[in-house]
Structures are given as C-alpha cells and as structure tokens.
Design a protein around this ligand. Structure first.
Ligand code: NAD
Ligand code: IPM
Ligand code: MN
Length: 353
C-alpha cells in the first residue's frame, strides 16, 4: 500500500441517494487530479438483503490496515426496517474504529441559500465538533416487562473521562489550527447534572492550555436559539453525541439544507471517514434529484485530511462557483439534476487546473 505516495480510499456508496451522490463526488475527485485511488465496496442494504452481511468478518480491521480514508454515502433503507445494517456499518465504524471527533463545518456559501433574513456568508461560518463514540449512542439500556402495561425502557448516557477530554481537546486543537478564536461547550448540565458536571469540569481543566482561545459555555437549548438569532457569534462548538446530531441538522438548514452539509469522522493519525451529513433520503432516491454538494464538500474534507490541500481547495472553489452561478439542484433553488450539477462542478474544476 503506497501510503503517503498515492492515498487509498475505501468508498461505500451505501443506500438511497448515497448511490447517486458518491459516484458523482468521485468524478469530481478524479477531475481534481488528486493522488488518491478509490476502491468501491458494496456494504449496504442491497448486500445485506442478498447474503445477510452487514460488515464482513474482520471488516474494520481490514479498513484500518489497507486504506488511508473512507468515503461513505449514506445508510438506511425502507426494506430493512430494523436499520440493523446502518447501525452495524455506520455506528460500528464510528465506534470500533474509534473515530471520536465528528467534525461538521457550517459554512454558508451564498446568502441566497440561507433561510434567515438578511444573513450573509460572513454570518454563518462555524464548526461543530460532535463526540462520536459514546453518549446515548453507546446502546446501553434495556427493557423490563417488555410489551406490557408496566413496561420500563432505559437508555443510558455514557460519558467517560477519556472520551470527554479527548473531544474537548480536539475542539481546542481544531480552533488553534484553523485560526478560530472561541470554543463553546454546549451541554444540559442544569438537568443532566452527572454527565454535565463531567463535561464542565473537563472543559475548565483543558481550556487553560489554550490561552489564546476564549472558552464559552451555553446550554444546548439556548444554543439552538443563538444559532438562529445570532449565528455570527459562533466559532467552534463542542458537544456530546446526541446534541451534536440534533444541532447539526439545524446547522445544515442555515447552510441551505442537508444537501449542503459535509462531515468528517476523525481519529487523528488513524484511518478516518468522511460522509455528507444527510441520510439516504428514500423518497427522492433514484430520481437524479439529490444535491451532490454535501458529498462533494465531504470529499474535499477527505483530501485535506490526506494532505492534498490544493486539490481540496479547488473542489471547494468549484462548489462555490456552482452556487454563485446557480448551477444547483432543486433543494437549493436550482434546476439541475444530481449528475448535471456535479458534472458542471467537475468541468469547471478541470478548466481551472
Ligand atoms: P435524510 O437526510 O435522508 O432526509 C431528510 C430530508 O432532507 C428529506 O426531506 C430529504 O429529501 C432531504 N435531503 C437529504 N439529503 C438531501 C440531498 N442530498 N439533496 C436534497 N435533499 C436532501 O434523513 P431521514 O429522512 O431522517 O433519514 C432517511 C434514512 O437515512 C433513515 O434510514 C436514516 O436512518 C438514514 N440516515 C443515514 C445517515 C447516514 O448514513 N450518515 C444520516 C442520516 C439519516
Ligand atoms: C448522522 C445520522 C446518524 C446519527 C444516524 C443515521 C444513526 O443522523 O450521521 O447525523 O444519528 O449519528
Ligand atoms: Mn443526524
């Protein structure tokens, strides 16, 4: 494996619109000339329905050994109501590969995309760092007297000292590396006093190591208000798994919708995974309607992570050009299909190499 010479990426289109946006994003990566070899894998609902496989034996270890990065579409298919394959592949990857920092940049590319009155692209430009390996996602809990009138259901919120500290530290490191000035920790420590208390103490312990960064705190409900009322005040936000999930859909709306939002699931120094924030969107799947920009911007995050900064910047510039020229899909007001939008981006990019 030619690590550091030619990067290799494990590419899973997954389900629904993932099968449309990922191949288009791959064409854009190719147009950028990035030194990355992409290998397609068939993990997803189709494979699961054929042979019952979600993750092949030794799957994650193989990924970590043989690939520099993972590029993932989306998982979720109405033919698999239990969603077991999505749980095992997506959450399995985040947990077992220990991809503890879910980095979700929130960047408004053009004022026309924002539902907020008079908001400009300067007003919406922050990043959410979401804890990605514990919290209520740990799947700890159970049922008692299941299916009876006395049923009890528990779902535990797991917060470890190690897990909280490393993601808070990651947020400060991210702020430092990206010229950000503030890190805001969001929790619900007024109610969830045990878990919130740990987050509060660790945040206060870690912050002094980054004297140039202003530490801030908000309760997550107040943060939701702030995201809509004054997004300009936000810089880097760090929060737990569940709150991070919820606020990044709200944040996606500020950028123009889920079709625009990109993310990276990162463990520094290890094989990390990049995916659009959106899901498989079954109602619009297979219709050439899906916005490919979230996937394309996620591919740029992957290239930047692999050290291919010039190519990543060219891809971002091409998406920005498409937005400004209104070469977009219907969800953000354009008239193009998935393929035509991505095709325009690839051509614009190729002309400027
Ligand atoms: P979703 O993101 O698939 O769709 C939410 C809404 O956004 C829908 O109206 C959809 O049409 C729209 N949308 C999403 N992406 C779009 C795009 N690229 N272009 C245009 N419109 C887009 O979320 P959902 O409906 O809650 O979930 C559908 C399935 O996807 C479920 O099975 C869910 O579990 C799964 N899911 C997977 C991931 C993932 O794999 N990372 C993320 C979220 C949801
Ligand atoms: C996301 C998704 C996933 C999550 C689902 C599909 C399990 O909503 O990546 O934001 O909740 O993390
Ligand atoms: Mn989500």
């Amino acid at each position: 494996m030619g690590r550091n010479i030619v990067n290799s990426s494990f590419c899973i289109t997954g389900d629904g619109i993932g099968k449309e946006v990922i191949p288009q994003a791959v064409k854009v990566i190719e147009a950028s000339g990035a030194a990355v070899a992409l290998t397609d894998f068939d993990w997803g609902a189709d494979r699961y329905l054929i042979d019952g496989t979600t993750v092949p034996p030794d799957g994650f270890a193989t990924l970590a050994r043989n690939f520099d990065a993972i590029f993932l579409g989306a998982l979720g298919d109405p033919r698999v109501p239990s969603n077991i394959h999505a749980k095992e592949i997506l959450l399995g990857m985040r947990f077992q590969m220990d991809l503890y920092a879910n980095v979700r940049p929130v960047k408004l590319l053009d004022a026309s995309l924002c539902p907020l009155k008079d908001a400009t692209s300067d007003d919406v430009n922050f990043t959410v760092i979401r804890e990605n390996t514990e919290g209520v996602y740990a799947g700890i809990g159970g049922n008692f007297k299941l299916g009876t009138a006395d049923e009890v259901a528990t779902q535990e919120d797991i917060n470890t000292r190690k897990g909280v500290e490393r993601v808070i530290r990651y947020a400060f490191e991210y702020a430092r590396a990206n010229g950000r000035k503030k890190v805001l920790m969001a929790d619900k420590s007024n109610v969830m006093t045990y878990a919130g208390g740990l987050w509060q103490r660790v945040f206060q312990e870690v912050a002094p190591a980054f004297p140039e960064i202003v530490p801030q705190h908000m309760y997550v409900d107040a943060l939701c208000l702030q995201m809509v009322r004054e997004p300009r005040s936000l810089d880097v936000i760090v929060t737990n798994n569940m709150f991070g999930d919820i606020i990044t859909d709200l944040a996606a709306a500020l950028q123009g919708g889920l079709g625009m939002a990109a993310s990276g699931n990162i463990h520094p120094g290890r094989t990390s995974m990049f995916e659009p924030v959106h899901g498989s969107a079954p109602p619009i799947a297979g219709k050439n309607l899906a916005n490919p920009m979230g996937a394309i911007l996620s591919s740029a995050m992957m290239l930047a992570h692999l050290g291919l900064n010039a190519e990543a910047q060219k891809i971002e510039a091409s998406v920005l050009a498409a937005v400004r020229e209104k070469k977009t899909t219907g969800d953000v007001g354009g008239a193009l299909g998935t393929q035509e939008c991505a095709g325009w981006i690839g051509e614009w990019l190729a002309k400027r190499l």
